[in-house]
Design a protein around this ligand. Structure first.
Ligand SMILES: Nc1ncnc2c1ncn2[C@@H]1O[C@H](COP(=O)(O)OP(=O)(O)OP(=O)(O)O)[C@@H](O)[C@H]1O
Length: 267
């Protein structure tokens, strides 16, 4: 290894780390991470699931998981994750006052990330889902250089602007030798409230991108108002309306992620 590069070191107690990333902001990355983590717990209740929010500037997990307390410290000065829906969560949002802006330089962001990676008492976790900031920046590079990552999920909307940056993200992860588990096509269409036909809002074909980067579209998630309203209330759609089409789609996606991890475990 070149001098000065950090060494990849597991997070104590954590078996598998899955990143959720997107090129563009606002495409539903946190929504995907939250519904994936809660789906994994619903599908495999015996497993321990963690959700780590590494978006230091715009943490969404406290709102989406309805967690607003400050973590306790263990006697070894490690932060105890907060738990909801059976998922252990950690976020910068637990450590700063709600609504307060984070005005930090890069170095401070890296120190915060180090804290989130190394000073959390996860105890024992089978799958740690890591929500990342939008784009491909310092945080992504630091994650890849510091912790072993089983795979990454790319989230995009079927819109040229989003697809283009997703491709750049994919190339970055490929260069860094992080396996791409697949793509989530979010807001993939909207159901007409009168005739139920699918309206393709953005109209681009994400499967072409998937083919180009040698992966697959794991799941299409429609644009559905209830995803936003339940998410804003701190209840992921897979918990709020487990039988709706979107919740089934998220669970289906969760099964594919489990399959991917089990394939790694079985060599
Ligand atoms: N399929 C969907 N249907 C309806 N609303 C959605 C859907 N996916 C996400 N949203 C809503 O869109 C908004 C943005 O979603 P989210 O915060 O998950 O995106 P993000 O990519 O993580 O954003 P950021 O760039 O801030 O990290 C949220 O209000 C969320 O509830």
């Amino acid at each position: 290894m070149a001098r000065g590069l950090p060494k990849v070191k597991p997070i104590t107690g954590v078996k598998h780390i899955v990143l959720v990333a997107s090129g563009k902001g606002g495409v539903g990355k946190s929504t995907t991470a939250v519904n994936l983590a809660t789906s994994l717990k619903l599908i495999q209740p015996e497993k321990n699931i963690g959700l780590l929010d590494t978006d230091v500037f715009g943490p969404s997990i406290p709102l989406m998981m309805n967690l607003h307390d400050t973590p306790f410290l263990t006697k070894d000065n490690l932060m105890e994750p907060l738990v909801n829906y059976g998922v252990k969560c950690m976020s910068m949002g637990f450590l700063i006052a709600e609504g307060a802006p984070v005005i930090w330089r890069g170095l401070m962001v890296m120190q915060a990330l180090e804290k989130l990676l190394r000073q959390v008492y996860w105890d024992s976790i089978d799958y740690l889902i890591v929500d990342t900031p939008p784009g491909t920046g310092d945080t992504h590079l630091s994650l890849v250089q510091n912790i072993p990552i089983s795979g990454v999920i790319l989230v995009t909307t079927p819109q040229s602007a989003a697809i283009e940056v997703t491709k750049r993200g994919a190339v970055m992860f490929q260069k860094l030798k992080v396996p791409i588990i697949g793509i989530i096509e979010n807001m993939s269409g909207v159901k007409c409230p009168t005739c139920s036909s699918n309206i393709e809002l953005f109209g681009k074909d994400v499967s072409a991108l998937a083919k180009e980067i040698g992966t697959e579209v794991l799941q299409k998630i429609p644009l559905q108002q209830e995803i936003t309203t339940s998410s804003d209330k701190g209840v992921p759609i897979v918990i709020a309306r487990p039988d709706c089409e979107e919740a089934i789609a998220f669970r289906n996606f969760g099964k594919k992620v489990i399959e991917f991890i089990e394939n790694i475990e079985n060599g």
